[in-house]
Design a protein around this ligand. Structure first.
Ligand code: SF4
Length: 342
């Protein structure tokens, strides 16, 4: 879906989660006004297309009501004309009371991204989120009752978290039947409480490889339940790429590709280790199959020197055809499901 994004910085949020340094994440220090939206939106629109105007950053539903209305009303002429199909906002689970949702619904909001981050009480407490898991459950339920599409954001690797916790949180999230997920493994940003905890040796982020492994497993489970993951890993922005904004943790500008490639590595290794020597894939999948900087194929050929991966036009997407068999990426990269209690 086409998204027309606006960033409202840290506006609206009276909290300070231990990992949050909002201005570094979005790289837009200026304060957006409703007049800015009204002025910029016509230039952004691609006529004839739907899509959603999205207000990201901050905590939209904790802005003063008049400001929320002003932002949303700046978009409403384009909703009326059909040039924009809906409005998307992001917010905290404990800022979605019935009256807040009714305001959103009445002003044309079609999608809400809920920053749940984890469903573990311990993780939420240790990250100073200021709410418990029940807030996430209730807010998602309320949004769905009002006919609003729901996206859930999860953050594996928070203090007190683990692979088991991340999978349990994912399981809880999927049980709510969201329309999509975002998965952001935690990184340590400068000038945050987490940075101080990291410097004091009180917190260790996931290593890059560990985070890629975990996120690949999470994405695989989302595919199993047909829930799209619209982003894995923080978006590379000027704010994040400059200097020492990221002190530690699994930040990589191509994190999403690393995760996709990890699934391909599992599938290819599955075939290589059972005697398959040549695998054909769709040409649009070849880069992911070979891996970032050809990591997958170099790794596999060290263990299986005659193993090759090639693209052929007739291959289906997300499918591996070998000299012996054909299977989908999802089938061949399978993870255990026993510990994934729904
Ligand atoms: S709720 Fe969001 S914007 Fe507010 S402090 Fe936490 S992460 Fe930052």
């Amino acid at each position: 879906m086409r998204i027309y994004p606006f960033f409202i910085d840290h506006a609206g949020c009276p909290h300070r989660c231990s990992y949050c340094r909002q201005e570094a994440s979005v790289g837009h220090p200026a304060t957006l006004t409703a007049a800015d939206v009204a002025r910029q939106l016509p230039e952004m629109l691609e006529h004839g297309r739907g899509g959603e105007v999205a207000f990201y950053g901050g905590t939209f539903t904790l802005l003063p009501t008049a400001d929320q209305r002003a932002y949303l009303e700046a978009v409403s002429p384009y909703l009326g004309s059909g040039e924009v199909g809906g409005i998307r906002i992001s917010t905290r689970p404990d800022a979605l009371a019935v009256e807040q949702i009714e305001l959103l619904k009445g002003c044309g909001v079609s999608t809400v991204e809920v920053g749940c981050q984890s469903f573990s009480r311990e993780v939420l407490t240790r990250s100073f989120r200021g709410h418990g898991p029940e807030a996430a459950l209730q807010s998602v339920f309320r949004l769905q009752q009002h006919g609003i599409r729901v996206g859930i954001q999860l953050m594996p690797g928070l203090p007190g978290g683990s692979r088991k916790e991340a999978l349990a949180s994912l399981s809880q999230a999927l049980s709510l039947k969201p329309d999509f997920l975002r998965i952001y493994p935690v990184v340590v940003l400068r000038d945050t409480l987490l940075a101080r905890q990291y410097a004091a040796g009180q917190f260790s982020p996931l290593a890059l490889d560990e985070a890629v492994d975990l996120c690949a497993e999470m994405v695989w489970h989302c595919q199993r339940f047909s829930v799209p993951v619209i982003r894995v890993g923080l978006q590379a922005t000027d704010g994040l790429n400059q200097g020492d904004a990221v002190l530690a943790g699994p930040y990589h500008p191509a994190f999403g590709q690393l995760v996709r490639s990890r699934l391909w590595l599992r599938a290819l290794q599955n075939l290589a280790s059972t005697g398959h020597r040549s695998v054909l894939v769709h040409r649009a999948d070849l880069a992911d199959a070979l891996g970032n900087k050809r990591h997958n194929i170099v790794y596999l050929q060290q263990k299986y020197p005659y193993f090759t991966v090639r693209a052929v036009p007739e291959s289906a997407r997300q499918t591996l055809t070998s000299d012996l068999d054909t299977g989908t990426l999802h089938e061949l990269s399978a993870y255990p499901i026993e510990e994934f209690i729904f």
